[in-house]
Ligand binder design. Structure first.
Ligand SMILES: Nc1nc2c(ncn2[C@@H]2O[C@H](COP(=O)(O)OP(=O)(O)OP(=O)(O)O)[C@@H](O)[C@H]2O)c(=O)[nH]1
Ligand SMILES: [Mg+2]
Length: 377
């Protein structure tokens, strides 16, 4: 069975997702259970982290060859292996690189499996570099829609923004992107793992994440010296990850990570600055992490802004709430004449997206609707 001891679970899906999750897990003091999931048995991955090979007999460890439908089916095949790892988990963070078949196809399905247990899930995903071509970009866009549909909160980070300048070699750019991604997600992680005076513990984080929707993320690392609070704010404001702003953020989660010398004035300055940056009408949650050993003499800030204020009553998972609504719609749909009629809203967020058809079935429609399974709630 499951040997998790942490209520936080980090799941990496696909080649890039596994490598990003492993990098996060290697950061000091990341107190999380980690699970790597991939359909490709031959991909290099670090030893010592639990691994699920997705798609057992269907793919025989060969990977999806970029097919997101196969990725989704592979994750459906392996759902029991993922479920085994969920005992005691209260919040999940899922990392994936979008553009391939496993990260793009399996990650939304795995997120759905996690949230179906009432565990809120936040997904951090990368969008491909533009040089990777239209096919990968379009796949990644479809995958991002599916992830947003499945997860409580989704933060999509373009690799271009993570990699910084354009003069780097591809190898350097990939490495820089992975490093930026991991250090940003690690800061988020550290906010929850080891709180300071103002706590965001796991239960509070569950409430913030539940139903938070699409998010934007910016991080500033290691501001030092006099004026370090202003310097951290400046770094945050210049973060390329902020370039695609949310129309109107409704909820902000801000973490200040510092050593023993963090002052009240600095805390106030950063809190006010972050609110100015993202919008004053949003609900604001502040966390401080006090860790002299990791952050002594410096200040790091992680800020997340979400499009929805979340539903504080939905601590058992906003995605779960959405599923219940979707099931109710499904029942209404079944009463309508067409067996696949979803609801008056039709395909919802999938409306402008090319359908994912497999053996004549539209896989963008949840399995329980396609198979006419009756769920009495
Ligand atoms: N940061 C980083 N991103 C990567 C790396 N390799 C691939 N990517 C990105 O992740 C996307 C998905 O690639 P993979 O992770 O290899 O694909 P996959 O999810 O394993 O899917 P399949 O191999 O097609 O089944 C790519 O389009 C790239 O944008 C890597 O080594 N580091
Ligand atoms: Mg792969």
């Amino acid at each position: 069975m499951n040997e998790n001891t942490s209520p936080l679970l980090l799941v990496g899906v696909g080649g890039a997702g596994c490598s990003l999750a492993a990098t996060i897990a290697r950061q000091p003091r990341v107190d999380a259970a980690t699970l790597l999931a991939d359909s490709d048995a031959s991909a290099a991955r670090p030893a010592g982290l639990p691994f699920v090979l997705l798609g057992g007999d269907r793919l025989a460890g060969r990977g999806t060859g970029g097919d997101m439908v196969l990725g989704r089916l592979a994750a459906e095949d392996s759902s029991a292996s993922v479920a085994e790892r969920l005992q005691g988990v209260r919040l999940a963070v899922v990392a994936a690189g979008l553009g391939g078949g496993t990260g793009g196809g399996s990650a939304p399905e795995i997120v759905s499996q996690i949230t179906s247990f009432g565990i809120p899930a936040i997904a951090f995903a990368t969008m491909p570099f533009s040089f990777e071509g239209d096919d990968r970009r379009q796949k990644a866009q479809r995958a991002a829609v599916a992830l947003e549909e499945a997860a409580d909160a989704t933060v999509v980070l373009p690799l271009e923004a993570l990699a910084g300048g354009r003069d780097a070699t591809i190898d350097e750019a990939m490495a820089k992107a992975a490093e930026s991604f991991s250090s940003a997600v690690s800061l988020f992680w550290r906010m929850l793992g080891r709180p300071g005076y103002i706590k965001i513990d796991i239960e509070r984080a569950r409430r913030v994440i539940s139903g938070a929707g699409r998010g934007r993320f910016a991080a500033a690392s290691g501001a030092r010296g006099e004026g370090r609070a202003a310097a951290a704010l400046d770094m945050l404001a210049r973060s390329p990850l902020l370039s695609a702003q949310l129309a109107k953020p409704r909820r902000i989660l801000c973490g200040i990570l510092a050593g023993d010398d963090l002052t009240l004035r600095e805390t106030g300055e950063i809190a006010e600055g972050v609110r100015d940056l993202f919008g004053r009408s949003a609900t604001f949650d502040l966390a401080t992490v006090n860790d002299e050993e990791s952050f002594g003499g410096q200040i790091s800030v992680a800020a997340l802004a979400f499009e929805s204020s979340g539903d504080p009553a939905a601590a058992d998972g906003g995605a779960q709430e959405r599923k219940l609504r979707s099931r109710q719609q499904a029942r209404r749909g079944r009463r309508a004449s067409s067996p696949l009629a979803l609801s008056p809203q039709g395909r919802g967020r999938f409306n402008n997206v090319e359908p994912t058809v497999w053996n004549g079935e539209d896989l963008d429609i949840p399995t329980f609707i396609r198979r006419n399974i009756s769920l009495d709630l």
